[in-house]
Design a protein. Structure first.
Length: 73
């Protein structure tokens, strides 16, 4: 969410990218609710941390992703 420029925020946790696509950010609890509402059983949800480096601009940005194991009910 920090990398989005001012004026790109559509609503809370929902942003517009420069190419016209959208990004929505959610946590473990919200993801679990969405998955269960779609008919999945959530076996595990873990936060994975990655680091992205922009050599040209000398930026090192930490990125967090959710990795989940789901079973269709």
């Amino acid at each position: 969410m920090l990398r989005f420029k001012p004026g790109t925020k559509i609503s809370d946790k929902f942003y517009a990218r420069h190419d016209g696509t959208r990004s929505y950010f959610f946590g473990k609890e919200e993801f679990t609710l969405i998955a269960e509402a779609a008919g999945f059983s959530v076996e595990s949800v873990e936060i994975c941390e990655r680091s992205t480096t922009n050599v040209k601009e000398e930026l090192n940005v930490k990125r967090l992703f959710l990795q989940a194991t789901l079973v269709k009910q």
